[in-house]
Design a protein around this ligand. Structure first.
Ligand SMILES: Cc1ncc(COP(=O)(O)O)c(C=O)c1O
Length: 358
């Protein structure tokens, strides 16, 4: 029996999606490939309601490549990176490692990034790029991106606003038009409920124009090159064709379910999990900023999560401990991708009986 994953990525992948990857291979310079790839990007554009100046692309990589793309192809001189957890921290380190000046707006773990904080730092800072993580997977915090985007759009329209939606895209609401962002990206192994290996980026024309002005964009991280190939419905380098077949099917399923229902399903799972967490423990994120794809719970009863996972494994499930320095103080339940409320209720019922919670 395999363990069904309720960790915040990789998440559970259905047999149907695994089977989709068993197609015979095709050449990635063939028409058959362009038909497949162009079909997927059209479905992505439809699902995320992309305006004509915003285009999707799919990289054969995990989401982290997009930190490098920002560092190499988007930041001209100086970025403001908002840090409220381990992944946004990594974003800051990566942009710096690409040789770009990087200022950090850091808030305590468990707290969200708020528009007024960002506005204060942007004023007079001479930044050309801003990055914020929508859903900090390490702490289960969801930052108010639409409010930040509104402020940036109004007061700093020259700044490129990049959003890490690795663990929220295709689960939570992440429409570029509602976020007023210029670039947003997610990973296949999270809410898309596929194996790791693809990242989905939604990028507006302003970003590509910016990229054209930037020297030393690298090869795999060259956004101009990526979008030159997009014109032919191709990728610059050999893509993971097998995973693209699975993504094609996933986009069909997401479109069938509809954007609003996908969001509502995730919200229902989060509400149930978080009500349960508040009854027996406490939520880690500051109130009002809880993620709807991963619940990060303070382990106020000092329960043994490793022991719980061993018992859950016997029933075919796995949840997650905390991240980094909060490894023992928190635990996380990922409710993203193919999960639904019924499944979450069953697993929480099992946790209740294992831990003797009533
Ligand atoms: C919010 C966030 N950003 C970035 C990453 C890195 O993405 P990947 O593991 O796909 O490289 C993760 C991974 O968990 C994440 O949760």
């Amino acid at each position: 029996m395999h363990k069904k994953l309720l960790i915040p990525g990789p998440t559970e992948v259905s047999q149907e999606m695994l089977n989709e990857q068993t197609h015979f291979l095709i050449g990635h310079r063939e028409k058959e490939f362009s038909d497949l790839y162009g079909g997927i990007t059209a479905k992505i554009a439809n699902f995320f309601e992309l305006p004509p100046d915003c285009k999707p692309t799919i990289t054969t990589s995990s989401g982290t490549l997009w930190f490098d793309i920002i560092g190499r192809s988007i930041v001209k001189q100086k970025a403001l990176v908002c840090v409220n957890g381990a992944f946004s921290q990594r974003c800051a380190q990566t942009i710096k490692a690409c040789g770009k000046e990087t200022d950090v707006l850091e808030v305590e773990m468990g707290k969200a990034i708020k528009p007024e904080m960002v506005a204060e730092r942007l004023a007079g800072g001479n930044y050309d790029t801003l990055t914020v993580c929508h859903n900090e997977t390490s702490t289960g915090v969801r930052s108010p991106i639409a409010e930040i985007g509104k402020m940036v759009h109004k007061e700093h329209s020259d700044i490129i606003f990049a959003v890490d939606a690795v663990s929220s895209m295709a689960g939570d609401k992440t429409l570029p038009s509602e976020f007023n962002c210029d670039i947003i990206f997610g990973s296949s192994q999270k809410c898309f409920a596929l194996p790791p290996g693809l990242a989905i980026g939604l990028v507006n024309d302003r970003v590509i124009e910016r990229a054209k002005q930037i020297p030393n964009r690298g090869a795999y991280t060259d956004l101009v090159d990526i979008f030159e190939f997009e014109k032919k419905h191709q990728t610059p380098f050999t893509p993971n064709v097998s995973l693209l077949y699975a993504l094609n099917r996933r986009m069909d399923l997401l479109l069938e379910e509809t954007y609003d229902k996908v969001y509502q399903r995730h919200k229902d799972m989060a509400n149930y999990t978080q009500q349960w967490a508040r009854k027996h423990f406490a939520m880690f994120p500051e109130p009002g900023y809880e993620s709807i794809t991963v619940s990060c719970i303070q382990n106020t009863q000092n329960k043994n999560v490793k022991d719980l996972n061993q018992k859950l494994a016997e029933k075919g499930y796995m949840i997650s401990g905390g991240y980094g320095k909060f490894a023992d103080k928190t635990f996380r339940i990922g409710h993203m991708g193919e999960w639904n409320l019924q499944g979450i209720k069953e697993v929480i019922g099992l946790i209740d009986s294992i831990w003797g919670l009533q």
